[in-house]
Design a protein around this ligand. Structure first.
Ligand SMILES: *Cc1c(COP(=O)(O)O)cnc(C)c1O
Length: 391
């Protein structure tokens, strides 16, 4: 068997080979909605699935397919799917896996819109869900029900940065006959590959680190071929949350620099986390690279890069947080993360505001909590901006 190349090499050479017709180094962008058949017979064969080939871009497109193959390879999965947003990926995967009467065991503190989706599934389609701290093995075991079909988690989870033990949870799920779906947006396949630890499906909001430049909304999912084919032919095709070829092309471009970007995100985040940790007005900093991080051992075991997201709490509650967020100038006050630009936001009133207050506080999303996605600017400038805002 051919030896597997290094990660950075696979990022850069893993897309399609140079175009054999023109020699174009970068594969062409197939910005088309439909594909012409040679004759009626061929069209019929394609629709019957008797012949490989493209039909219509919602059912498949060469540029989008390239991206699907690359992400599957990077995550160590059999097959991949691309979607028009991270939420399209999450909703299509979950709707493709569950039916009325099933139960989803979900991580406490999950992305706000995922929480919103699960609430809708419960209220309108009788798919039950409940939430547990995925770093608490006993709570997970107690949360499993006979009808648990999916265990859904993020690790590290946003914005509390708690991590879940992927190997342990995958083992519990196997015993229970449930499927483990991991939202791997924060770690990226460079930082963590959940399939290697027994997870079944991995999802990304490719809007974040995979695209990396803040110019695309996109989602990805990878897993076993059988499950991905079934999702492609049901919820992806018929609900229609597909990715545009141009956005797939931008993601293929962004992916080439994933490793160098992630390494610099991590270095900058480490320096910012250490600065904040020593600041008298900062009461707590959570970043897996800090010595004070409670799950340091597990983080080192299953993650190879901690990424650029830090959560911290400041003195003065909501007002204290307001002074920092209104005081920054270089750091941009906005949601989202994983971009070249440093982004700062207030989870309690922004990304996690849909979660009822009692649940939100239980999940650790307090009013004094700030999330920063450390970008790729010169780190001394990021620190100077925070220093100024904190004073
Ligand atoms: C942003 C995000 C999503 C949603 O992705 P979109 O691309 O905005 O639809 C889901 N999960 C996590 C962890 C995210 O950060």
């Amino acid at each position: 068997m051919e030896e597997k190349k290094g990660f950075a090499t696979r990022l850069i050479h893993g897309g399609a080979a140079p175009c054999s017709k023109t020699g174009s180094l970068i594969p062409p962008l197939y910005q088309t909605s439909t594909f012409v058949f040679e004759n009626m017979e061929q069209g019929a064969r394609r629709f019957a699935g008797e012949e490989e080939g493209f039909i219509y871009t919602r059912l498949g497109n060469p540029t989008v397919q390239q991206l699907e193959e690359v992400i599957a390879e990077l995550e160590g999965a059999e097959a991949g799917l691309a979607f028009g947003s991270g939420m399209a990926a999450i909703s299509s995967v979950l709707l493709g896996l569950v039916r009325t009467g099933d139960h989803i065991l979900c991580a406490d503190g999950v992305y706000g819109c995922t929480y919103g989706l699960l609430t809708m599934l419960q209220d309108r389609f009788e798919v039950q869900s409940n939430y547990v701290d995925m770093s608490d093995e006993e709570a997970i075991r107690q949360g499993i029900q006979p009808n648990t079909r999916v265990i859904f988690l993020e690790t590290p989870i946003n914005p509390t940065m708690k991590i879940a033990d992927l190997k342990k949870i995958s083992g519990i799920a196997k015993e229970a006959g449930a499927i483990v779906v991991v939202d791997n947006t924060f770690a990226t396949p460079y930082g963590q590959r959940p399939i290697e630890y027994g997870a079944d499906v991995v999802i990304h909001s490719a809007t974040k680190y995979i695209g990396g430049h803040g110019d695309v909304i996109a989602g990805l999912a990878v897993g076993r071929k059988e499950e991905m084919d079934s999702i492609r032919m049901s919820t992806l095709k018929d609900m229609g949350g597909v990715l545009s070829p141009f956005d797939a092309w931008l993601l293929l471009r962004g992916l080439k620099t994933l490793e160098v970007r992630m390494d610099r995100h991590r270095m900058n985040a480490q320096a910012v986390a250490e600065y904040l940790d020593a600041h008298p007005k900062v009461t707590r900093v959570v970043y897996p690279g800090l010595a004070s991080y409670p799950q340091r051992e597990l983080a080192a075991e299953q993650m190879s890069c901690f990424g650029g997201v830090i959560s911290f709490q400041v003195e003065g509650g909501l007002e204290g947080a307001r002074r920092v967020l209104d005081g920054v100038q270089l750091c941009q006050l906005t949601v989202s993360l994983g971009e070249v630009t440093t982004l700062i936001q207030h989870p309690a009133t922004m990304t996690h505001s849909v979660i009822p207050e009692a649940d939100r506080l239980r999940m650790g999303v307090t009013d004094d909590l700030i999330r920063i996605s450390v970008g790729l600017e010169s780190v001394e400038d990021i620190i100077a901006d925070l220093k100024n805002a904190l004073s």
